[in-house]
Design a protein. Sequence first.
Length: 808
Amino acid sequence: MTVRVALHDGWTVRALDGDIPDGMVGTTIPATVPGSVHLDLMAAGLIPDPYIGENERLVGWIGRTAWRYETTFVWDDPGADTEVDLVALGLDTVATIEVNATELARTENMHRSYRFAVRDLLRVGENTLAITFAAALTAAERASEALGPRPHVNAHPFNAIRKMACNFGWDWGPELVTAGIWRSLRLETWREARIAAVRPLVEIDGTTGLLRTHVDVQRASDRPVTVEVEIAGRRTSATLAPGESSTLVEVAIAEVQLWWPHGYGDQPLYPLTVRVADDQWAGRVGFRNVVLDTAADEHGTRFALHVNGIPVFARGVNWIPDDCFPTRVDRARYAERLTQARDANVNLVRIWGGGIYESDDFYDVCDELGILVWQDFLFACAAYAEEEPLRGQVVAEAREAVTRLSPHPSLALWNGCNENVWGHADWGWQQSLQGRTWGLGYYTDVLPSIVAELDPTRPYSPTSPNSFAAGRHPNDQAHGSMHIWDVWNERDYTAYRRYVPRFVAEFGFQAPPTWATLTRVIDESSRTPDSPAMLAHQKADDGTAKLTRALQGHLPQPRSFDDWHWATSLNQARAVAYGVDHFRSWSPVCMGAVLWQLNDTWPVTSWAVVDGDGRRKPVWYALRRSFADRLLTLQPRDGELALVAVNDSAEPWRDEVTVSRRGIDGTVLATAMARVDVAPRATAVLSVPSRVTLAGDPRREVLVADAGSLRAWWHYAEDVDTSLPDPDLDVTVEQVADGYRLTVMAGALVRDLAVLADRLAGDAVVDDMLATLLPGESATFTIRTAAVLTKEQLTDPLVLRSANQLTS
Ligand code: BMA
């Protein structure tokens, strides 16, 4: 039997040398494995929580300090015919491993695992194990000097070391340079043979699923070895002759059930077991086929994922690590976050290259939820040396990641890097590089060769954005994928309409975290937009000024911090809806809108739709509506207003639609009727007569299109240019099983009505938000909370919010 024994107990950690504060010298504390030195220091009460207030700057010394982890374990020799390996699934990062005071190995890559034969170093009875981590920030600087400095965003040369890049600080992330044994560590004892790698690759042939399971075996003897693969109640085997270390076992499954992204079909998963000697590997596979269509067409160059032959419009979000300390992210947290994505009608998550290859739990949950995964290789916003020792590390980690993730049907695309080809073209790198390598060989040669060799069933794209032709600007909207960042950095969100991209892989707009999250980390005296504590939680270049500027032309400048918080949150929601509605209205010319970003690593003002404490910001509700299967939207087309019906569902959409121009008092001024008749996965553009669309008094009129339960609005004037009426709300509050139900009737036009229940109770979650109502219409909000709340609290003007409050 292969026996795996975790070595997670009895660890201590201490600072060895570096910039250590006085009280810390010589202090040894208990260490959690898997874990991180920051978490151990917090648990020991030696550092404050760096997520609170300005504490981040108090712990900067940790990245400039070397850390020594030590433990002991008892070992019994199970017999001289056994092999004994020390297996480290994740060491962060520059580590020296000693067993019984003898150096075993040095490692320098957080993104891969390591395995060492240790039998010769072990003794029966007690053994010592020590892992010393060099100061990572100092190590990165030294590596950068040794490789030759290369351009990168942000303060530190994260590009010289194979460690989670955003650890060194990002435009949404604190600088918390971690160290520690961040994934499982164990002793493995085996005889004769063990499974070294399993790559189950699927193909579909008509109604038959072909499973080709590639198995690599490590052998300790020449005795023939049988490799057995079991799926769907069938066992198939192959025998390895002496000297052979890999084989391929093929199984065909007739009438196979296909795996689909949600909204397209089910997610059947087939348990798969591989047995070699007395070792066993267990996983699940799903049968589906994925293709990336990058053919030229009359608009330029496509970028469209096809699953089982069906083009899928990517309703996507970008994913960053869910915590600066990734060991805190367990399966339940992945499930919660990814369910929040799916509940917002997201069908694709892009794992961004400045983070990590997530644990198998992430991809398991995506397999189950039917969320496609676009996986970046871990290169972001920097030039990377292509020479040793970095090159060997890159190859090893990429081979391991492609192999480990190969079983997951959710994994749909490998992408070489984030923005590095764009950076080379536009960000002034060429001068500073002076001819040095910058990573292109990884993206165009090394990585695609690894994907082609180990997993040819997955499409590969070299970079994002990418225009698929040398000499063409990588961010050309007519070709391939693009990132839209002039909106937010320089331009108003209305500039989204300047673009008709083929696939937008990044675009986004900032807002603060929800009130409950913000007030957990920012004390009362610091609640102004530019207090030092608020600025410590705003990492974007000039972010606070951009947030304020973004209100211009839309909403009045806020009069209080509460209004600033609400106005900027609302503006984010409107900006994102504006962009998504526009991009989807251009489907199928545009085949994806991947919002920057789903989540946060900590509580911070950022582009996230779910904040650092896991609470959904108002933008989440806007995204859910804009990403719904069916979208009804009014859009400018050829100088007029048109009604666009996007039907991204499997059923035809047939409805009567009424378009009416109304006074803001509700009076109908002009009406037209039309029929919506849109095929499945299609978009229809309907013209609306100008007698209906042309407003007499833009400040006092709105255009409303109703089709069944869906409604599209067109506001001729921005709120800042009108005076929205006092909405004259009539509210009924009922107690329900686990909270309250508010029914709110509008006496006058009300825009973006919301119940900010988290202001009353941290656990409160409201089911809907941002309702715009005509006079006489009502909306219902259900709030789940364990707190006891009164009607007075629930109707407090800081809780029951609307845009009207900001303009009056
Ligand atoms: C893109 C991303 C990230 C960044 C984001 C917001 O460049 O790839 O690097 O956080 O924009 O600026």
